[in-house]
Design a protein around this ligand. Structure first.
Ligand code: NIG
Ligand code: FE
Length: 410
């Protein structure tokens, strides 16, 4: 199957094969070719360049991208997009003045999502999640990380992992599964007892079943400690499973340091950071993942993106799609929000949502940039003047077509 895209107004995010992420000082650049072509063969990008150099191929399916920008599909490296039901009632309570933490302390929040997950069948959870993720693909997402963490017991965490496995098999995008058994402490459990179950039984068994790409933990006051975080990251390393961890959402308790020391692939959230957290991230290979959708929806701090950049620290942005703190997985909106609320440029936001996101979920060799041999996972925009239009029209998806493995999705 071959396909040729011609007359591309701007082909964006052209990177060398060896570039696995974009450094802080490079994030304001988006290498591009004006008036370009792109050739797709067997689902991969096989060639691209100036229109004047377009290869002559007879009888090839052609897409005319006149006035349109082409860029890599979004790489959403942090989601909880397998869930059941929703928590719109809690949203209304929050608008009435009850805090997210108070709702959680009263048995709502993550525990409510856990009750909902425990009461649906694997098949229903699969179908519901598949429908939801198909919508995201239409919004331009080509790589997606999905966490467990709403099961909070052996059977239901396994159910979530099996659902993620079925999603990997039945959807065309790249999906990575993250085991977040240590997301909250279920009712009727002491934290220590539940954590032992997570680390000694669930993590071990699920790793042996080859259901886990990454491990995660909610490192936060009243949830899991930095000691717990180190233990779970180390245990996962024994199975060659990298960690991606929730840290510094409400408090800075040392999670970033543990993540960097354990070689975590990413440290996510970072709404609350002090100078020592920033110093630790300098020169590490751990990618910060900022989640502006969560700050927007909960009305909490935004991560200090500009401070990271001035300290030479790059970052990714992701949706954090979940029913409690960020009920959207629309990365077009997340890119807009990142510009508006983190104060970054369109170039920086697009770098954060493509190659840096790919790095933060271990798919940078195959996705996240325009590079020969990578998956032809592409967004073809509507007719637009400049890439600044993408964040500017913050409630629109300026997408004309999404191609996944070179195939148009509808
Ligand atoms: O990333 N902070 C922990 N976990 C999720 C929210 C979970 C929920 O409220 O359901 C997050 O924001
Ligand atoms: Fe999250």
């Amino acid at each position: 199957m071959s396909k040729l895209i011609i007359n591309i107004k701007k082909l964006l995010q052209i990177r060398d094969k060896k570039t696995s992420f974009i450094s802080a000082c490079e994030m304001n650049n988006l290498p591009h070719i004006n008036n370009a072509f792109l050739l797709i063969e067997n689902g991969k990008i096989s060639d691209f360049g100036k229109m004047s150099e377009t290869p002559k191929i007879n009888n090839i399916e052609t897409i005319d991208a006149k006035n349109k920008i082409v860029l890599p599909a979004w790489c959403d490296s942090h989601t909880h997009s397998v869930f059941a039901g929703n928590r719109s009632d809690e949203y209304m309570q929050r608008l009435d003045g009850v805090s997210y933490q108070e709702i959680a302390a009263n048995g709502g929040g993550i525990l409510k999502s856990s009750m909902q997950i425990n009461s649906v069948s694997e098949d229903d959870l699969f179908l519901d999640s598949k429908r939801r993720i198909k919508t995201l693909i239409g919004y331009g997402t080509g790589s997606l990380e999905i966490k467990t963490g709403y099961g909070l017991n052996y059977e239901a965490e396994l159910k979530m992992l099996k659902v993620i496995k079925r999603l990997k098999e039945s959807l065309p995008i790249q999906i990575k599964s993250t085991f977040l058994g240590a997301h909250a402490i279920p009712k009727n459990y002491e934290k220590e007892d539940y954590f032992k179950l997570v680390i000694n039984e669930m993590l071990e068994d699920f790793a042996k079943m080859k259901l886990i790409d990454f491990v995660d933990i909610f490192c936060e006051k009243n949830y899991f400690s930095t000691e717990d975080t180190r233990l779970i990251c180390d245990k996962a390393s024994q199975f060659n499973i990298p960690s991606k961890i929730h840290v510094n959402q409400f408090n800075s308790i040392g999670g970033i340091k543990v993540g960097v020391e354990c070689g975590s692939l990413s440290v996510d959230h970072l709404e609350v950071m002090n100078q020592s957290d920033i110093d630790i991230l300098k020169d590490s290979n751990t990618m910060p993942v900022l989640l502006p959708g969560c700050s927007f929806f909960l009305g909490i701090n935004y991560a200090p993106a500009k401070k990271l950049l001035t300290n030479g620290i790059p970052f990714a942005i992701a949706s954090d799609f979940n029913p409690g703190s960020s009920p959207t997985g629309n990365m077009n909106f997340i890119v807009s929000l990142a510009c508006n609320k983190l104060g970054i440029s369109a170039e920086q936001a697009i770098n954060a949502a493509t190659l840096n996101g790919a790095y933060a979920m271990g798919v940078d060799k195959k996705s996240g940039s325009i590079c020969k041999g990578k998956f032809a996972n592409l967004i073809i925009t509507e007719d637009i003047n400049s890439i600044d239009d993408i964040p500017y029209y913050y409630a629109d998806n300026l997408i004309n077509k999404v191609l996944i493995n070179g195939k148009e999705v509808n």
